[in-house]
Design a binder for this molecule. Structure first.
Ligand code: MLT
Length: 395
């Protein structure tokens, strides 16, 4: 008899953001016509930049003409986009072979799919609070998880502990949800630990474009020895507003070998089997992000989100609410005021101020008592939310 994957019984009933959207929909059903200020899921509010939309339109026209039409593209990514991404890394001093870059349909998809490379008997170490998909994807695979908690005492940046041996290590920097960013020395310690123990680091760099401090690393490959132990997963969702357009990329160095097997070659084998890649049109739009014009335009959008962050941080300062993040990351991680726990603060903000945020407890046990604001909302909504916060908690 067919036996479904029993590991699903070990998952929470529903995924964090799905759970929140159910609560929000229920609130809206009870309060028709109410306008919510959405600072919850990190979904962008600004449209794609002109360089991207022009490239998308041109690509549609290409598909309309016999001479420029494209059928299947190479599964691991169109050469023009892999090249553009490798060149982008080169400008940062990181030399990559073009075929070390894999085009994907987004970081969240890839963070789950990449687990195909690893045996289910491996142990996954997850720094927490964490993006919940890391945990859920490993539960689905039946993998043992070591939760590595962090807190204010270490600036939400946990360091390796030789006593806890892990095969797979999830690091996210700039961090979702806390906004904390590892410096080079800290990442070097993780890379050394991974190389010493034969582990692989899955480095989620989805928020690297938000780093302002030049001393902080955007990529794990700025660290010596990382090409021997790390996979970097990146996304254009937050960098360039592709949440609804879907495009990301993954870097797997050819030097990454475990148990005599080359992970880059394995991923080629996986992709050529399991996907026909991302559409020509979307990859053309993605390539435009890496042009000079595209970079200028996406930075202008990021500056608007950073202004949102400033406005929220000013309001929190005025309320005496402590927080981290917001500077080199698009998330602000705050301590719930007045003794609220994460979910009761969520309910309080929703009911009393029509503000939607994300309860810290949804990112793991050590997130209890904290709350996350996304800075990707519209500037008008963010300013209004800041005003309401100040009115409620400003004393
Ligand atoms: C978040 O809000 O944590 C992210 O937007 C979710 C995602 O990227 O899937």
């Amino acid at each position: 008899m067919l036996k479904p994957n029993q590991n699903y019984a070990n998952l929470k009933d529903s995924y964090l953001f799905y759970n929140i959207s159910q609560k929000v929909n229920a609130y809206l059903a009870d309060h028709p016509g109410v306008k919510l200020l959405r600072l919850g899921i990190g979904d962008v509010s600004l449209p794609l930049c002109p360089a991207v939309t022009e490239a998308l339109h041109e690509a549609v026209d290409d598909q309309a003409k016999k001479e420029t039409f494209h059928g299947y593209l190479p599964e691991c990514g169109a050469p023009f986009l892999r090249e553009a991404i490798a060149t982008h890394y080169k400008k940062r001093g990181i030399a990559l072979f073009t075929d070390e870059v894999f085009v994907s349909s987004g970081a969240s998809d890839e963070l789950g799919d990449i687990l195909d490379l690893f045996d289910r008997s491996n142990t996954a170490l997850i720094m927490e609070p964490a993006y919940p998909a890391y945990v859920d994807a490993n539960i689905m695979a039946g993998r043992k998880i070591l939760h590595l908690p962090s807190g204010e005492e270490n600036g939400f940046l946990p360091m390796p502990n030789e006593a806890a041996k892990a095969d797979l290590i999830y690091l996210c920097s700039p961090n979702n949800p806390t906004g904390a960013v590892f410096d080079k020395r800290q990442l070097q310690a993780w890379v050394d630990y991974a190389n010493k123990n034969g582990s692989v680091i899955l480095f989620d760099a989805a928020y690297e474009a938000f780093i302002e401090d030049d001393a902080l690393p955007h990529s794990i490959f700025e660290i010596d020895g990382a090409k021997e132990c790390a996979i970097e997963i990146c996304s254009l969702s937050k960098t360039a507003g592709f949440t609804g357009t879907r495009l990301g990329y993954t870097v797997i160095p050819k030097a990454l070998v475990r148990g005599g097997m080359n992970l880059n070659a394995m991923w080629v084998r996986n992709r050529t089997t399991k996907t026909n890649g991302v559409s020509y049109i979307i990859q053309k739009g993605g390539a435009a992000v890496f042009t000079d014009e595209g970079q200028k335009q996406i930075k202008a959008n990021i500056a608007i989100y950073k202004q949102n962050a400033k406005i929220l941080m000013q309001a929190l300062d005025a309320c005496g609410i402590s927080y981290c993040g917001g500077m080199n990351a698009p998330y602000i991680w705050l301590k719930c005021p007045n003794g609220f726990d994460s979910w009761s603060f969520f309910d309080h903000l929703l009911n009393k101020a029509q503000i939607v945020g994300t309860p810290g407890a949804g990112f793991g046990k050590c997130g209890e008592g904290y709350f996350r604001f996304s800075t990707f909302g519209s500037p008008a909504d963010t300013a209004e939310a800041a005003k309401r916060l100040q009115k409620m908690f400003g004393g």
